[in-house]
Design a protein around this ligand. Structure first.
Ligand SMILES: Nc1ncnc2c1ncn2[C@@H]1O[C@H](COP(=O)(O)OP(=O)(O)OP(=O)(O)O)[C@@H](O)[C@H]1O
Ligand SMILES: CC(C)(CO)[C@@H](O)C(=O)[O-]
Ligand code: BAL
Length: 276
């Protein structure tokens, strides 16, 4: 039985004293990517809390907070089907009882690059709510998708730097059979735009067939520039922790682009090899 709670008092009353508590945080409009996070959490923990909250603090003034898809009934159905113990779907006042907080998280240098450069304030708002939700849910372990790779890296860093005492588990990106990374924002795409959006995953896949950094970026970049419906924000190769590109070994290839009015992100792991 899945219990649905809306206030922090109801949430506190629903949490167990003994069992391990796992949390999957979402902004709703649940898809197979979210469901995979819940399934992975359920494999280990009997008590999984799913949070559904469209956090105003992480949206810029010209971003899509108002039009972000809200599909609560279908989301609750998905949480029930995946065996969540509790769904916490708070209102704004339950998360920010004093109104917009005056003290927020500083994401540090890692928050200023890639997504952070394009979305000022986004990571501060994201970390602020994630820290709150970790405490409100009394989570022992929290699951996040690799689709939002920089978000995952920042959360790991926050948990270490602030000693939050919660385990963070990353879950590989779930894709459609044609490669498109599942995202709630895919709903914004027209059929034509959806075809263009496939260039992101195609570019990453093609890039990952190369082992030399320049060849990786050239191959991925070629596919993106050949797709007229896509405007690239960044295409970057980094270390596995978003640091410097290693000479060889694991790295990450990340892309962000606008398809029509919709901004999409994707990334893949990649293994670099020194040229002989
Ligand atoms: N395709 C996916 N595979 C695995 N995890 C995912 C996927 N899409 C989202 N997630 C994860 O689900 C959690 C909640 O994300 P969120 O509710 O923002 O969904 P989203 O699809 O990323 O939405 P948006 O399109 O707004 O970015 C995050 O940890 C996110 O990384
Ligand atoms: C982690 C999160 C739920 C915080 O609002 C959000 O950034 C998301 O859905 O990825
Ligand atoms: N999926 C990350 C949350 C956001 O784009 O605001």
């Amino acid at each position: 039985m899945t219990q649905v709670v809306n206030t922090r008092a109801e949430l506190a009353a629903a949490l167990p004293d003994q069992a391990e508590i796992a949390v999957v945080m979402t902004m709703g409009a649940l898809h197979e990517g979210h469901r995979q996070l819940i399934r992975v959490a359920r494999e280990r923990s009997a008590f999984v809390v799913v949070t559904i909250f469209v956090n105003p603090l992480q949206f810029g003034p010209s971003e899509d907070f108002e039009k972000y898809p809200r599909t609560l009934e279908a989301d609750l159905e998905a949480c029930r089907a995946e065996g969540a113990a509790v769904v916490f779907a708070p209102g704004r006042d339950d998360v920010y009882p004093g109104g917009a907080p005056s003290i927020t998280m500083n994401p540090g240098p890692l928050g200023g690059i890639l997504e952070g450069a394009s979305r000022p304030g986004h990571f501060s708002g994201m970390l602020t709510v994630v820290e709150k939700l970790i405490r409100l849910t009394r989570a022992d372990v929290a699951y996040f998708g690799e689709k939002d790779f920089q978000q995952l890296a920042l959360i790991r860093r926050m948990v270490v730097d602030l000693e939050l005492g919660v385990e963070i588990v990353g879950v590989p990106t779930v894709r459609e059979s044609d490669g498109l990374a599942l995202s709630s924002r895919n709903r914004y795409l027209s059929p034509e735009e959806r075809k263009s959006a496939l260039a992101l995953s195609r570019a990453l896949r093609e890039g990952a067939t190369h082992a030399d950094p320049a060849a990786v970026l050239a191959a991925a970049g070629k596919i993106l520039t050949e797709e007229p419906g896509v405007r690239v924000d960044y295409l970057e190769l980094t270390g596995p922790d978003l640091g410097a590109v290693p000479d060889d070994g694991p790295a990450r290839l990340l892309v962000a682009a606008k398809v029509g009015a919709t901004r999409l992100i994707d990334n893949v792991p990649i293994v670099l090899r020194k040229e002989a």
